[in-house]
Design a protein around this ligand. Structure first.
Ligand code: CA
Ligand code: CA
Ligand code: CA
Length: 337
């Protein structure tokens, strides 16, 4: 049904046909570049690699994103997304399933109703969204404006994963999303409104300001008490909302420091051991930072290296002596340090 045409507007009147268009010299309209779309709603080129993204609005069940190849048949109305819509049409047209091209990503109407194609974000190489395909869905239903923002990330060859693009913590911008725009620097814009259909005056253009988010305050787990001179494992965990790798900085509370260590995956449990060589109560403090240097809040775990720990008679006597003669303890601590 739907086709994408390619015209050369620099020659001809009013245009000419690029000589390498797929139907030049064979049966079929020479203008056609790719076909088999149902209702392609916005296309864009990734300026880094010229990949040609087309979002195609589905019938009743599936919305899809395609990367278009010259001469590709994108399936409608044999397929809706990766699912047969009219299987018999395959034989009628003398085609096999191998003649069709499939979306890089599809989502069902449980998630959204109408895909709104966007752009691959290339404005800021430091951003975690760099290279991600940002798009939206018009609205979850007709009654309330509830358009949502998403992005696709290629995690391995041929595998694209959809993520929520959060604005103030939610990907629902509570508006009907109509389209996206891009400026010369590659910043992206959302065109949206709250009234249904071509009415009212609620339409506007909003810039998507993409900010890096700090890792959340780490958790520290490990023993709350122990013995001097023994190696203990402590586990540090944080997540970065942007799913970036993280580093940890640890103050053990006894004057020693674990300088920035990493990188670790977001959410990974990181085990680091430490030995306390003097007695007392210590605050283990840790913070995390992401690959952009954005830091979390400090986390604290209190540990106690108890004054008296009876594990044999000799130690017991030694600790009693130390309690009695603080100066001797100081000397001993220095010796141990
Ligand atoms: Ca032709
Ligand atoms: Ca398709
Ligand atoms: Ca981050």
């Amino acid at each position: 049904m739907g086709s994408i045409l390619r015209l050369d507007i620099n020659s001809g009147d009013p245009y000419s046909i690029p000589s390498d268009n797929p139907f030049v010299g064979i049966n079929g309209l020479d203008e056609i570049y790719a076909y088999g779309f149902r209702n392609p709603w916005k296309f864009s080129f990734d300026i880094e690699n010229n990949q040609f993204f087309v979002a195609d609005v589905g019938q009743d069940l599936w919305e899809e994103v395609n990367i278009v190849q010259k001469g590709g048949n994108y399936g409608w109305r044999i397929m809706e997304g990766n699912h047969f819509y009219d299987e018999n049409l395959l034989a009628t047209l003398g085609l096999t399933i191998d003649d069709l091209d499939f979306p890089i990503y599809e989502y069902s109407h449980d998630i959204g109703k109408t895909i709104i194609g966007g752009y691959v974000y290339r404005a800021n190489t430091e951003s975690t969204l760099y290279g991600k395909y940002i798009f939206g869905d018009w609205s979850s239903d007709f009654a309330t404006s509830s358009g949502k923002l998403y992005y696709l990330e290629k995690t391995q060859p041929g595998i694209w994963v959809k993520n929520n693009l959060l604005v103030n913590g939610s990907n629902n911008i509570n508006r009907f999303i109509l389209s996206f725009g891009k400026d010369e620097e590659g910043n992206l814009y959302v065109l949206s409104k709250t009234s249904l259909g071509p009415s009212g005056n609620t339409g506007d253009v909003r810039k998507i300001i993409i900010e890096n988010q700090n890792p959340i305050k780490p958790t520290i787990s490990g023993p709350n008490s122990g013995i001097i001179g023994v190696d203990y494992n402590f586990t540090f965990t944080t997540t970065d909302p942007d799913n970036e790798n993280v580093y940890y900085y640890i103050e053990w509370g006894d004057g020693t420091v674990q300088d920035w260590i990493g990188p670790y995956s977001s959410g990974e449990e990181v085990i680091i051991s430490h030995t306390f060589n003097k007695r007392g109560n210590f605050d283990i403090k840790a913070k995390a930072r992401d690959i952009n240097g954005a830091e979390s809040e400090w986390a604290t775990l209190k540990v106690s290296m108890p004054k008296i720990y009876i594990y044999n008679a000799t130690t017991q006597i030694l600790l009693k002596i130390l309690e009695r003669y603080p100066l001797f303890e100081k000397i001993l601590n220095q010796y141990y340090m």
